[in-house]
Design a protein around this ligand. Sequence first.
Ligand code: ADP
Ligand code: ZN
Length: 743
Amino acid sequence: MNDADAAGQIVEVLAPLAVDQTYSYFSPPALRLAPGEHVEIPLGRQSTYGVVWEVRGSADTPGNLKTVISRYARPPLSQKLRDFVDWLARYTLAPRGMALRLATRSAESAEAEPDRLVYRATGARPQRETPTRARVLAAAEGGLVFSKKALSGAAGCSPSVVDALVDDGALEAIKAPASAIADSLTSDYAQSTLETEQEKAASALRSSVALRAYQPFLLEGVTGSGKTEVYFEAVAAALEQGEQALVMMPEIALTSQFLERFAQRFGGRPAEWHSSVADRKRSRIWRGCATGEVKVVVGARSALFLPFANLRLIVVDEEHDGAYKQEDGVCYHARDMAVVRASIEGATLVLSSATPSIESRVNAELGRYAHLRLRARAGARLLPRADAIDMRIEGPGQGRWLAPRLARAIGETIARGEQALLFLNRRGYAPLTLCRSCGHRFRCRQCDAWLVEHRFRRALICHHCGYVEQRPNVCPECDAEETLSPCGPGIERIAEEAAKLFPNARILVLSSDFPGGAERLRRELEEVAKGSFDLIIGTQLVAKGHNFPYLTLVGVVDADLGLGSGDPRASERTFQLLAQVTGRAGRGDKPGAALIQTYHPEHPVMRALLCGDPEDFYAQEISLRERAGLPPFGRLAALIVSGRDAGLAEAHARALVRAAHSLPPTPAYRLAAAGGLPEPDEIAVLGPAEAPIALLRGRFRFRLLIKAPRRANLQGFLRDLLEGGPPARGGVRVQVDVDPQSF
Ligand code: ADP
Ligand code: ZN
């Protein structure tokens, strides 16, 4: 082996760029690279960062290969994480480099940091005593440790005084590891007494975690049934084994309540991972995950790509939530990819929801997931009593949006000193502004969308691209004055009506427009939980996960809002959202109620909400999907073809359809004849049609839908089509979305 030891290596390196292939490099003998290591490589005229994907063999000389420049002292990516990256790229058809980028985005500067020095008083008296020295020693009293900066700062002196006191023996300097970022967690810091169903579910999860094998669970329990408490037991089991757990949440920026509960249960905080965590901290967490120091991460979908050393558990909280779907760059669904990561890692997977996705429900019914159910609220609390307000009969009349019965109920709730929530999933003041004189409507110049009036900001805003214009006083079309008129309500308009109805109420309006960013929003939500407001008016931002103990009444302003889109998932989504938001009521000591304003009280979604039993609803939705061959009974992919020139984009979409039908036959899949009805084992190419948002940020969008049977090789077909099809020209782009969320 001496020869090989003395030789260099040939390595395949993947760079986090929009490329699929790895590049070969010569690695000089001194480096001795292993797969997963981070390197600097020459690429084109520059140098770039990459990860060793494979060591192909040894070589004495570079030959015609370029040479690896250097190695970074970062924890290598494990084989399992590299497998996950490969899998993700194959599944989504994204270039492998882009999948790698998800895993290494925070690896930069994740080198081990040098130890930090901290100081402690020894109790010995310094040889020379001065008032300054006395102040430093007084600050360092009590056996606590301080940085040099903290000590000199507290005493108002220069840092050299600290050094002098160390020389004198009055202070000692201790090395503290700089990477200590995670609080130490204790698996049995404060255990709660679980109820019977909770206990059964928790013990199933605990035994699974102890097994160290991939096992998926659907934890389904009504809002407030104590699902969090149950999966905390699974986290505890992972901690007891000294291993790691990942809890994924859809709205991570708003989880302060969750973090507090976590601290009460485990005596410390988990590492938080989302886009508003500072870069330095992210690098430390990245490193801590790889070294195993960080035990529990709570994070948004991107946390799925952290380099865990020994991941035993993944929890996907609110697994049905649409926020898990990433729609730019690499299009992936974090819930589905959590299933893949858990199976590669041999970890327990918990999908938790009060209103599971149809996909997860079917998987549970077919026995692919073990189904754990909590049928009642914890602590003898009741689900809110829900009632419909039939707007055809009880509506409030022109220009108002709150039915008299709802307004009365809110008034009574506030009078009892309790909280009410009005829910409308529409930001701004009015979704459309039109001129009563000429009929002119304000529309975005870049998107196929009306501009939404925002009265607080005195602006018209496009909710798709963010385009903003001043709201004029004169119609730009016919020059008429005072004729512009808002149509329909957004939450600002509801707030205006509520302020008239309840002039003395403390009202809070909450949406993602809330000024002051995530931090201020967090604080306001805490105030809501403390009971500082009487009436909260909000969008879906307030619907999810929060525990507001004083909230006893939820009013849904327009329950039909999401139903008219024609999307096969519309019913499911509306049901999930409304069950979540009505489930905010009655989580404290007092029972809750929900009033749902609708023009369709007989709609299956309303019926499921009103009777509190979703079984019929699920059965009906599942059979609709099955008959239509839609997920999870069949598979879908969308190709979005977009361009600034509508004609070119549409022509390219058509060319792709023709290309699909002229692909050479292959045993890998069968394509249905153009325009014909597909046989059960055939892939059908539908379209092109205008995409659901036909114009977005100035690009015209056309969509092909690829519908495939469950067992068909959908990815194989897509790859053949994209590689064998016509090249896109004239600024036309093709985006692949496997498992699109709207179809
Ligand atoms: P979910 O996640 O299902 O909505 P949570 O775990 O948030 O439910 O629990 C809802 C409320 O019930 C919380 O305030 C929680 O502290 C409380 N709770 C959970 N389990 C129990 C229990 N076994 N006994 C009493 N209260 C409980
Ligand atoms: Zn726009």
